[in-house]
Design a protein around this ligand. Structure first.
Ligand SMILES: C[S@@+](CC[C@H](N)C(=O)[O-])C[C@H]1O[C@@H](n2cnc3c(N)ncnc32)[C@H](O)[C@@H]1O
Length: 314
């Protein structure tokens, strides 16, 4: 049984049904930490396909090692920024429950919190209309943020009693310290606005192109998907982009000597500039193939006219 979904081989778009074809419901846990809560819930809800999403290698390793000692078959772990993953989950409105126990409160970095407007919108897009987002927290800044940013987007239920019986590592710790824990259950309200794609947080110098727009950017109509063979031992596939508000996310696969990498290029507009960047620098190796793929997309965009390159580090 393979419990790990490799970020290099996962399917795009990401459909939970591909990984749990025989389950009726889908749960996602963000930041499962030691993974005991995930194991407990998945074991006790056999009709659920349970996806644990973590950015920490150690946590993924811990959970997979625990799972290997069981015969459980309705849970998988993926190492990726949860909000990046949410940008590419399809279909929309398909997840029953999303759970984040004791998210980091990120003092001084409100945009990183689970409760930032952007992250809440990413969650809203994939939750079933009768689904729920569960957040447990002791942190005052998170409590304030949740109450402020969910307005008009989620209806809010809060409780001093947990919704789940199993206590996580942080929960046990904060209970011992008698901290004031609040358990939130958020249910989506109707929303007619647009949904974002995760904002880029990586190192912009790795390989990017900045364009000057001569007038407002039109809707992109590029000849995609495309499969290129720029060198004998190199294959580049660029797929049709996902589109949100003035943003495009292009799935890209590059196969070259020693590497197979699946990644994303993001194109977004800011004022009279458009930027084409790598969306995930966490695990990507910026190879010749990645640079060639970006240069190819740059040339395609230039052919549309009305834009010129003002910076290019491909
Ligand atoms: C404070 S710990 C809580 C761990 C566990 N839920 C518990 O209650 O014991 C927060 C966890 O969230 C993970 N995390 C933070 N931001 C994340 C993100 N954007 N995507 C996935 N995991 C994330 C961290 O690696 C960490 O393991």
């Amino acid at each position: 049984m393979c419990y790990f979904i490799s970020p290099f081989h996962f399917n795009v778009p990401f459909k939970l049904a591909d990984y749990f074809p025989d389950r009726k419901k889908y749960f996602i846990e963000i930041g499962f930490g030691r993974g005991d809560f995930a194991l407990y819930l998945a074991q006790n809800q056999q009709d659920v396909g349970y996806l644990g999403v973590e950015i920490s290698s150690r946590s993924v390793l811990k959970l997979v090692r625990k799972l290997l000692k069981t015969k459980i078959n309705n849970i998988k772990a993926i190492k990726i920024d949860a909000f990046m993953l949410f940008s590419i989950i399809e279909p929309a409105f398909s997840i029953d429950n999303i759970i984040f126990n004791f998210p980091d409160p990120w003092p001084g970095h409100p945009e990183r919190r689970v409760s930032s407007k952007e992250h809440l919108l990413l969650i809203h897009r994939i939750l079933k209309r009768d689904g729920s987002l569960y957040i447990a927290t002791d942190a005052d800044i998170l409590k304030e943020d949740i109450e402020q940013n969910t307005k008009g987007l989620f209806s809010l239920e809060k409780s001093k009693m947990p919704y789940f019986t199993f206590q996580t590592k942080y929960e046990k710790r904060w209970i011992l310290e008698k901290r004031d824990i609040i358990y939130y259950r958020l249910t989506p309200l109707p929303y007619a606005g647009k949904y974002p794609i995760l904002a880029y947080k990586g190192d912009g110098n790795m390989a990017h192109v900045i364009f000057k727009l001569k007038d407002k950017m039109k809707d992109l109509d590029l000849p995609l998907p495309v499969r290129l063979r720029p060198l004998n031992d190199m294959i580049i596939i660029i797929q049709r982009p996902y589109k949100r508000v003035e943003e495009y996310l292009f799935p890209v696969l590059v196969k070259e000597r020693g590497f197979v990498q699946k990644t994303f290029f993001r194109l977004y507009v800011r004022g009279d500039e458009a930027r084409l960047i790598l969306d995930d620098t966490g695990y990507l190796v910026v190879t010749e193939g990645i640079r060639k793929a970006m240069a190819y997309l740059r040339d395609m965009l230039l052919k549309m006219g009305h834009i010129e390159v003002i910076r290019d580090t491909t």
